[in-house]
Design a protein around this ligand. Structure first.
Ligand code: KG4
Ligand code: ZN
Length: 333
């Protein structure tokens, strides 16, 4: 079969990214323009500013990709775009841009779910081997998902309340560290010890929970402040991270034993966390499970993962017409 080149677009949050992906497993060229510094001034992503910045930047990002990738428009087989879930205004910029390119260049249009993108980011490093267990950890998701085949998702566990990334971000705020919260809490935790007692999380089966842990951190900080005591931020970040990641490890271990899992992948923004990567890696070594985690640059939001997730859809001709719309909450799991 001839090589397939997909031009992929991701604008679901605060990264404007376009990539060209070959055969779903090789990123030929990618540009990720992050708005992080702008949103850091506000302590989090401001949706209105995010969509305006995507509009300002997306054409420049495309120009860069077309001039540096050495791929001609004639060689591109399809245009893929994240249509959901995410910030509505941000998604709309990408979707309308993708529709325009598909129309102008007469290419098929492939709508891609952002969470599928995070999962298929693994194909850019190691090809997915089915059946597998996907650990999906991001700002909006904390799921354990069995996959029997491409796009066959069966959720065995999810959070009952907050997502793990959301908890990292809230803890960052209460510790007074800058946006983006997750990586900065990880940095603090690196030089700390898990000395604070934040209680234990009690959930049954494969359910998970983060709101109690988050509240424990918030209450502890407030109480210590009222007493005029100093908080050791490194130790508190480390205590939080140990429990937050520990819960994922514990539920994954249960799944490995119950379902005789042989392949595990990790997906989503929190998969960039080194402590989580190491803990899951130790667990997989212990139980002789094959583990795949995307390279750092493919863990956080990027267009290459959208091109990777679009490939099986291209093969199965899952194209959309120009009525494609963005959706803030279209869940595929
Ligand atoms: O997957 P993602 O880019 O957004 C969604 O699709 O939801 O993940 C963003 C989340 C944020 O909550 C961010 O704080 C978290 O991933 N994150 C991290 C790290 N890098 C990103 N959390 C912990 N440690 C990190 N190194
Ligand atoms: Zn994401």
């Amino acid at each position: 079969m001839k090589d397939v080149y997909i031009l992929a677009i991701e604008t679901s949050c605060d990264e404007t990214s376009i990539a060209i992906v070959k055969n779903g497993n090789e990123c030929v060229y990618m540009n990720v323009l992050t708005q992080m510094d702008t949103h850091a001034n506000f302590g989090g992503v401001v949706p209105e500013i995010a969509s305006r910045m995507h509009t300002e930047n997306i054409t420049m990002v495309l120009e860069d990709v077309l001039s540096k990738s050495n791929i001609k428009i004639d060689q591109i087989n399809a245009i893929a775009v994240t249509y959901a879930p995410g910030l509505m205004g941000s998604l709309l910029v990408g979707v309308e841009f993708a529709k325009t390119l598909a129309y102008l260049w007469d290419k098929p249009l492939i709508p891609v779910n952002h969470m599928a993108g995070h999962i298929y980011a693994n194909n850019l490093t190691n090809k997915l081997t089915f059946p597998l267990l996907a650990i999906v950890v991001s700002g909006g998701h904390t799921n354990l998902i069995m996959m029997e085949d491409d796009y066959k998702f069966s959720v065995i566990g999810s959070t009952l309340d907050d997502a793990i990334g959301e908890a990292y971000d809230k803890v960052a705020r209460v510790l007074g560290v800058k946006y983006p919260g997750g990586p900065n809490v990880e940095k603090l935790a690196k030089d700390g010890q898990p000395t604070y007692n934040l209680g234990t999380i009690k959930t049954s089966g494969y359910d998970m929970s983060y709101s109690g842990l988050k509240s424990s951190v918030i209450n502890l900080v407030h109480n210590e402040k009222q007493r005029g005591n100093e908080i050791n931020k490194n130790d508190l970040a480390c205590s939080f991270q140990t429990i937050a990641v520990g819960q994922i490890v514990q539920k994954t271990k249960k799944a490995i034993k119950e379902f005789q899992i042989k392949n595990i992948i990790v997906a989503g923004g929190v998969s960039a966390n080194n402590y989580l990567r190491n803990e899951i890696s130790k667990l997989c070594d212990e139980y002789n499970v094959n583990l795949s985690i995307p390279e750092f640059k493919y863990c956080t939001d990027n267009a290459a993962m959208i091109g990777a997730a679009a490939y099986p859809l291209f093969i199965n001709k899952k194209f959309s017409d120009f009525s494609l719309n963005a959706s803030s909450s279209d869940e595929i799991f």
